[in-house]
Design a protein around this ligand. Structure first.
Ligand SMILES: Cc1cc2nc3c(=O)[nH]c(=O)nc-3n(C[C@H](O)[C@H](O)[C@H](O)COP(=O)(O)O)c2cc1C
Length: 189
């Protein structure tokens, strides 16, 4: 079941807000994934995707984002909690693809100013992931009270998050390998 081809697990930074703390969480995830042998990653900053807002779905598909989603074996979605939901622009970006996601695992990292670490945004995400054909893993990372977790420069102040991220990534990578094996070897018919 092992493959010489590295796994590709990009991290989507799901907000365009100026001063976004989610960027620190996304950078930490990219750095932790990058330490793993046989796994490649990328930061996909939705602020840098040239998606029009006068159309939706496949009508605004960006070739570069679509190619990354096709290549991905799993995705990490870093989502801030905005009024207990995800950012509208993150949904707009995710909606631009569909077949690219099928039978691939997704892990969600919640980021919030309040103490719950985006647990509400994560719960709200689950039906969306399912409809996109993604498979939600059962670990999350919850950055609650995020202004105490990172300093303004992005330095991690709470080492416990490295252990939590490790647990999350172990599960995500296991799912990525398992579902890649399924996509490559097991027919639906
Ligand atoms: C429109 C908006 C709504 C928000 N709603 C919530 C919320 O429901 N719960 C919460 O804990 N924080 C809320 N926040 C604060 C964010 O969670 C906080 O800014 C956190 O750092 C993650 O977002 P960021 O990446 O934009 O910084 C909200 C922020 C904005 C801009």
């Amino acid at each position: 079941m092992t493959s010489a081809r590295p796994l590709y697990i990009p991290v989507i930074l799901g907000t365009t807000r100026k001063g976004r703390m989610s960027a620190h969480a996304a950078n930490l995830l990219v750095s932790e994934i990058g330490k793993r042998e046989g796994v490649e990653t990328d930061l996909i900053d939705i602020a840098k995707l040239p998606l029009p807002t006068d159309d939706a779905g496949a009508g605004v598909k960006d070739a570069g984002f679509s190619e990354k989603m096709s290549r991905a074996d799993a995705i990490v979605i870093v989502s801030p909690e905005y009024n207990h939901g995800y950012s509208g622009l993150l949904k707009h970006v995710l909606d631009s693809c569909l077949k690219e996601y099928i039978h691939k695992p997704a892990g969600i990292v919640g980021v919030s100013a309040g103490p719950f670490g985006g647990t509400r945004v994560i719960e709200n995400f689950l039906p969306v992931l399912r409809e996109l054909g993604l498979v939600a893993i059962f670990w999350d990372v919850n950055f609650g009270n995020v202004s105490k977790v990172f300093d303004p420069s992005g330095k991690l102040l709470e080492e416990a998050y490295v252990r939590r991220t490790d647990k999350f990534l172990k599960e995500l990578i296991w799912m990525a390998k398992t579902l890649r094996h399924g996509r490559d070897n097991i027919s639906l018919d």
